[in-house]
Every structure is written in C-alpha cells, then in structure tokens.
Design a protein around this ligand. Structure first.
Ligand SMILES: [Zn+2]
Length: 122
C-alpha cells in the first residue's frame, strides 16, 4: 500500500537521516539494508562461536566439579587463576591440600567451597 507520507528517519546502518515512505523503512538505501543484514549474520556467527567456547569451558568446569580431589592445575582452572596463586593459598592455609608426594599435591574440592563461603564469591 503506497502512501504520500514522508517520514524523517535515521538509517539503522549508517545513521544518516533520510526520508522514508513507510513507517517500516529502516535504511536509507538498499546498500545499507544489505550491509546491515550482513553485519547481523556475522554477529550471529560470532555469537554461536562464543556460545560453543563457553559450553566447552563450562563442561570442563563441570567435569572438575564432579571430582573430589583435584590437582593444583585443575584448581587453577576452576578458580580461573594461576598455579602460583593456588600454591600461595595452599601455603598460607586458605586452601586445604594434601601432599601425596612430589608433584602430587591434591586439593579436596569441598575445601574450595569453604574458600568461596569465606570470601563470599559463590
Ligand atoms: Zn544508510
């Protein structure tokens, strides 16, 4: 349905003001329409990729959460910090760990929960 109305609008892609013939017009030109569409597709692809990365990270975290005893490396992944930081907290006693031997430090996962309770980060 054509009409004689003239509406001043701002193009959603280039932000230029233009005269639209319908209230539904979003772009000043076909070029902007197409470019914006492409941008949206690209953004969607980025979003999907980010979601995949997140779910991979989460599945690692979930796997570690179901373990009762963790290595220092796994604790670092779980807490998103460096191994050095984990060792530091083991040394100062805020993380309970047992040493089964050289390079065999194990941390009880529940002791991490305690850590979170104290710091209030949970
Ligand atoms: Zn435009």
């Amino acid at each position: 349905m054509s009409s004689n109305i003239r509406i001043q609008r701002i193009c959603e892609y280039c932000n230029n003001e233009f005269t639209a013939r319908t209230t539904l017009t979003k772009y000043c030109s076909h070029t902007c329409n197409r470019r914006h569409y492409k941008t949206k597709i690209k953004q969607t692809k980025i979003d999907i990729s980010n979601k995949e990365t997140n779910s991979k990270v989460n599945s690692t975290t979930d796997r570690l959460k179901s373990k009762e005893f963790l290595t220092v490396e796994e604790v670092a992944v779980l807490l998103n910090c460096s191994k050095r930081t984990v060792y530091y907290h083991i040394k100062n006693g805020s993380i309970n760990a047992i040493n089964l031997g050289k390079r065999l430090t194990r941390v009880k996962r529940s002791s991490l929960d305690v850590l979170f309770d104290i710091s209030g980060f949970s």
